[in-house]
Design a protein around this ligand. Structure first.
Ligand SMILES: [Zn+2]
Length: 397
């Protein structure tokens, strides 16, 4: 077993068993089999296709596992570590009850670590021991996310501030932030969460909100505040229900005579609405579970009011009747602050805009505990017995 001398006169040995598991495995959205209009069940998820796509995605998006990745030891200074990391300070204190708190016969602390990427772990140790010549000036996104995982676990945010700012600065200049919800976005979101990039966090969570589906999960090994995922799901569901409710409400308005001026007008408007609701699969629980807000709002923006001419040759531009308190659609649009008397296409556009105008999430809503304030007991509750992080993180409380 090799030993890296981070501090040649160190008084602690960290034994790292590197992770053999793939890092940040992303599960893409399940594929939907083409939903035909005459399918009484409204279609189904194509499992085989989905599996193939998933496997392909895994191959494309997860690095190869090195079967020879073994155990490596680091000779380090407990003084540097305890100064930078409240986690290690608590671990090595006599009252912790951990075996790590007692020096061995050779007068060394023995600290076990498991699951971290060896390079990322080494970079963090180099920064903590002020070995800046060893620290790379730039790192790829993948590596920065791996570093962020280590930083989050050992709570060494402050000691890593300068290095992380340098890396992030270069990375932001070199790479555009993702505009699609995928594994890359999850890595950026990890970096934004751990290194407190509030604006980046906001724009990334907005993309995630617009493109997520029911059951979307961030990779469990990334320290993205888990409250983020549930907040995104809640907002998504709210917006899906909102769209469904307004479209159904508009249909009812035409059927029950609250909108439409003549038989022809009502029939044509109702036809357009029925067509659009069919295209958006409103009411199909499978499809609605997988539909993204981006798809739904794009569909709404494409809605057209029927265009026809009356017997005098005048173009018929029908604005809906107003003032009906019984109309669900009126009430919802009114609550959102939109006029309720527009043409069908303007109502649809307003409804879409009420969703697309949403901003992303505020990082400050999730980062409640500052690094260093957590007690060891609280800390331990976040990790399982082998030291692997549980899904929840410190941001949840
Ligand atoms: Zn009309």
């Amino acid at each position: 077993m090799s030993t890296q001398e981070i501090d040649p006169s160190g008084d602690a040995i960290i034994t790292l068993r590197s992770s053999k598991a793939p890092f940040a495995v992303w599960e893409p959205r399940p594929a939907i089999k083409d939903l035909s209009a005459d399918d009484p069940c409204g279609g189904s998820i194509e499992k085989t296709e989905n599996k193939k796509m998933h496997e392909k995605e895994l191959l494309l998006t997860t690095p190869e596992v090195d079967p020879d990745a073994g155990t490596v030891r680091f000779l380090v200074s407990s003084r540097h570590l305890t100064l930078a990391s409240p986690m290690i300070k608590a671990m090595l204190s006599n009252s912790s009850g951990w075996s790590e708190a007692q020096k061995d016969g050779a007068g060394l602390y023995q600290i076990e670590a498991e699951g971290w990427d060896e390079t990322a772990f080494t970079i963090v140790l180099d920064v903590l021991h002020c070995r800046y010549r060893k620290v790379p000036q730039t790192v790829e996104l993948e590596m920065l996310a791996k570093i962020a995982v280590v930083v989050d676990y050992y709570q060494v945010h402050e000691a890593m501030v300068l290095a992380s700012r340098t890396w992030l600065g270069s990375l932001k200049a070199a790479e555009l932030q993702p505009t699609n919800l995928n594994r890359e976005l999850c890595l950026w979101l990890t970096v934004a969460s751990v290194f407190t990039e509030a604006e980046m966090f906001k724009s990334l969570t907005r993309v995630a909100m617009m493109q997520s589906w029911a059951g979307m999960k961030f990779p469990a090994d990334l320290p993205i505040p888990s409250g983020v995922s549930s907040r995104i799901q809640t907002l998504r569901l709210y917006c899906v229900k909102l769209i469904s409710r307004v479209l159904r409400g508009l249909s009812e308005d035409y059927v029950e005579g609250r909108r439409g001026c003549t038989f022809e007008c009502t029939a044509m408007h109702l036809g357009v609405l029925t067509l659009k609701m069919g295209q958006l699969k409103i009411g199909n629980s499978i499809f609605m579970g997988l539909a993204t807000l981006e798809e739904l709002t794009n569909g709404l923006k494409e809605m057209k009011s029927p265009d026809w001419y009356d017997w005098r040759g005048n173009s018929h531009s029908c604005r809906a009747k107003t003032g009906s308190t019984a109309s669900v659609a009126n009430k919802v649009l009114d609550d959102l602050g939109y006029p309720v008397d527009g043409t069908l296409d303007t109502l649809a556009t307003q409804l879409a805009r009420s969703v697309t105008d949403m901003t992303g999430l505020e990082l400050s809503d999730f980062v409640k505990a500052r690094p260093g304030k957590e007690t060891l007991l609280e800390r331990l509750s976040r990790f399982d017995i082998s030291g692997r992080p549980r899904m929840a993180t410190m941001y949840d409380r």
